[in-house]
Design a protein around this ligand. Structure first.
Ligand code: CA
Length: 221
């Protein structure tokens, strides 16, 4: 896997290139926005927003028009504004400087795993399970032809369980795949989201609890 590191700060760039290479990634460094836009054949981008030649947001927008390669933003400012803006622009994740290298690697892994999962054969197709219809591209869900409004996490949870209907997923697996790899909250969060999802779907029995293990999605008449 090749990572494009767009960062003008030499010391940050050097440590990222060195660290990510040691983790087994192939790394290309682009010190400017122009260099970033000239790069090709990478699988993930770490994008610093403060670049010398261009606004990092413009670099982001341009990269987005070229495809859905995951982009993690590196931002110097911990302001809410940047965070919201980054996610609104469609960044896959963001890291606020100063960040720990461990944290960054965890996010790179989480983003590449998520995009790998969503790159499975049926990722952009509409999945129909009995009367439940899940559209991963538009992130819309219908039950009996009626749209069900879900929160982002409820959708992610449903989509994750639907990747393998009938299979039991443990709470830990669900947390790791639906929440971020660096999320260490209580597993009760999963139960709370399952409860609200069941309520919205209107079919309590579709998501079954397997005592002491976790949950599975199974629609049986
Ligand atoms: Ca910078």
């Amino acid at each position: 896997m090749k990572i494009l590191v767009v960062e003008d700060d030499r010391s940050i760039a050097d440590s990222l290139v060195e660290g990510l290479t040691a983790e087994g990634y192939t790394v290309e460094h682009a010190p400017t926005g122009a260099a970033a836009l000239g790069a090709t054949d990478y699988d993930l981008v770490l994008l610093d927003l403060g670049l010398p030649d261009m606004d990092g947001r413009d670099v982001f927008r341009e990269l987005r028009t070229r495809g859905s390669t995951p982009i993690i933003m590196l931002t110097a400012r911990a302001e809410e504004f940047d965070r919201v803006l980054g996610l609104e622009l469609g960044a896959d994740d963001y890291v606020t400087k100063p960040f720990s290298f461990r944290e960054l690697v965890a996010r790179v892994r989480a983003v590449s795993r998520r995009t790998h999962d969503s790159g499975s054969p049926n990722s952009n197709e509409v999945q129909t399970i009995e009367s439940l219809v899940i559209d991963r591209r538009t992130r819309r869900v219908h039950v009996d032809d009626v749209e069900v409004a879900l929160t982002a996490k409820e959708f992610d949870l449903l989509a994750y369980l639907a990747l393998d209907t009938g299979a039991v997923r443990t709470r830990t697996e669900i947390l790791e795949n639906v929440w971020d790899a660096h999320w260490y909250g209580p597993t009760k969060t999963v139960d709370a989201h399952v409860a609200s999802l069941r309520k919205k779907l209107g079919h309590h029995d579709w998501i079954q609890a397997v005592r002491g293990v976790g949950f599975r999605l199974e629609l049986s008449e």
